[in-house]
Design a protein around this ligand. Structure first.
Ligand code: NG6
Ligand code: CA
Length: 515
């Protein structure tokens, strides 16, 4: 009896000991190469998902992600439009430093120089399998642009990605085809593709000449070649067997992303999963049509939520949930009318795509870059909320740290090492952040925001967005005035001077990373 008792006691102690040492291990030891998935949404605003305050649209899968991670409330893309944000995220450098990083036409040459060390390079160096699936919009091919009928090079394969399945530019730009590993997906060589961004080529109808053929009408621009009943930016002909069908685009991309995860389940992987949603033309799968009550823009948000759910289910079914860091964020802020008459304006009701923030896509006001920003790692990081200033430009230095890689001086010049912050273990914020609107720059430092004077419309005639252009300097105290409603520059001339000087130095130094 006594022996039995002490044996039981011994067993109990042993079990307790092993439990507590396991717990210590999961909290303290460096992760053994977790997978990383960046889910990058297009044009999703700060207020567009329910865990950031939306009430007219419900996003349970995204909310779930937030409840297993950190929900950042002051997380920024680096720019208020697509191409420069993606450039910054992948290279760790501000796009305003490099000419030619503005919104790229659909036949642009590749913007990221293959010599540049990128986020994908880092993961590849650390032995990860790397993939990019979805919207690219960083240009493809050499100086003369992409060869749509051959092997497209340079491309993602030259900047660290083992696998790519791309929407080459945007859903509203020709050619309306996917590429897989450098070749147009499903192309019949007997029907080659021709693309022209200056003048009409071929005999396919255009939105301008044949509006009666359209199922989605433009509100501005977007009146060139018609593909699948939608007139696009740019002219194309050929490649019929390869044309995408907008309504099934989310599904097509999702399948490729899930396939990449499945294929690489036994090795660490990095996946940059970049949705077309909720960019225009908004044409979600029939299963979401009419479901949000806000028209195609709201329905596309539901499709995003579905896409997130698919990734999480796949990770779960492969037993990878606790081995995978999932980041959910957006390339720039929201826009309601971005060039098609899709009832987004009429059906918006009291939904606020930018939440409490001013401006939107393209703008230098906060909604331009302050976006949903969630970092989830179930079982490994505590869930919570963080209001510290972070940016997607920090992924480079932060993941270099996680992967135990050194950055050289010329790598990732504006990326701060924020690994602890991204994993919710530190509250030290970025010293400052340069917000790149399409017309001008702003500098955020602590509670202060300074906007460089700029010539341009106060409100865009196309998108109705408050752009932040003003011939006078603007200064806001974000703690007291998050909505940037009261310009206090004239009351604080010293502060304006100080921030002007700091921005000048940031530009002149050519870098902000010093760690
Ligand atoms: C603009 C387009 C807009 C969108 C944007 C790029 C017009 C009138 N507007 O020029 O529809 O395509 O470029 O969006 O053509 S982004 O999210 O890829 O930066
Ligand atoms: Ca975008």
């Amino acid at each position: 009896m006594n022996i039995l008792k002490s044996a039981t006691l011994f067993l109990l102690i042993a079990v307790l000991f092993s439990c507590s040492s396991k717990q210590n291990q999961s909290e303290n030891t460096a992760p053994a190469n977790p997978n990383v998935v960046i889910i990058y949404i297009d044009d999703l605003g700060y207020g567009d998902v329910s865990c950031y305050g939306a009430t007219k649209v419900n996003t349970p899968n995204i909310d779930n992600l937030a409840s297993t991670g950190i929900r950042f409330t002051n997380g920024h893309s680096s720019s208020a439009s697509c191409t420069p944000s993606r450039f910054s995220m992948l290279t760790g450098g501000y796009a305003f430093r490099q000419a030619g990083t503005g919104i790229a036409p659909g036949d642009a040459a590749m913007i990221v120089n293959p010599e540049t060390r990128t986020l994908a390079d880092l993961f590849a160096e650390a032995g990860y399998k790397t993939g990019v699936v979805g919207k690219w919009h960083l240009g493809l091919g050499g100086e003369s642009g992409p060869d749509w009928n051959g092997f497209i090079s340079p491309g993602p394969q030259d900047i660290g990605f083992d696998y790519s399945f791309l929407i080459p530019a945007t859903g509203d730009r020709v050619p309306c085809v996917y590429t897989e590993n450098g070749r147009v997906f499903g192309l019949d060589p007997a029907d080659p593709i021709t693309v022209n961004y200056k003048e009409k080529i071929g005999d396919w109808p255009t939105g301008l000449e044949n509006p009666e053929l359209l199922k989605m009408h433009p509100s501005h621009g977007h009146n060139n070649t018609i593909v699948n009943g939608v007139s696009r930016i740019g002219f194309m002909t050929g490649g019929k067997s390869a044309l995408w069908v907008d309504e099934y685009m989310a599904e097509a991309i999702s399948q490729k992303a899930l396939g990449f995860i499945e294929k690489n389940k036994d090795t660490p992987f990095f996946l940059y999963y970049s949705t077309h949603d909720i960019h225009v033309p908004r044409m979600p799968n029939p299963q979401f049509v009419g479901k949000s009550g806000m028209g195609p823009r709201g329905d596309a948000i539901l499709e995003v939520d579905w896409a997130v759910g698919e990734i999480m289910k796949k990770l779960e079914s492969l037993g990878l949930t606790e081995k995978t860091i999932v980041i959910f964020t957006s390339d720039n802020g929201p826009v309601v009318d971005d060039g098609y008459k899709d009832q987004a304006v009429e059906l918006l009701g009291d939904h606020k795509p930018g939440g409490p923030l001013k401006g939107g896509k393209y703008s230098v006001y906060n909604a331009g870059t302050q976006v949903p920003f969630i970092v989830s790692w179930p079982g490994r990081i505590k869930n919570g909320e963080s209001d510290i200033l972070v940016s997607q430009v920090d992924f480079m230095a932060s993941f270099a740290k996680m992967l135990n890689l050194q950055l050289t001086e010329k790598d990732a010049v504006d990326s701060y090492e924020m690994l602890e912050q991204l994993l919710g273990k530190s509250e030290v914020e970025r010293e400052h952040f340069v917000h790149h609107g399409i017309n001008t720059l702003a500098l955020i430092q602590g509670n202060w925001k300074y906007i460089v004077p700029a010539n341009g419309p106060k409100i865009s005639a196309f998108t109705n967005i408050e752009m932040g252009n003003d011939l006078e300097p603007q200064l806001y105290n974000l703690e007291q005035d998050l909505g940037e409603s009261k310009n206090i520059a004239s009351e604080n001339p010293e502060k304006v001077k100080e921030m002007e000087a700091l921005l000048a130095k940031i530009k002149e130094d050519g870098r902000t990373r010093n760690n």
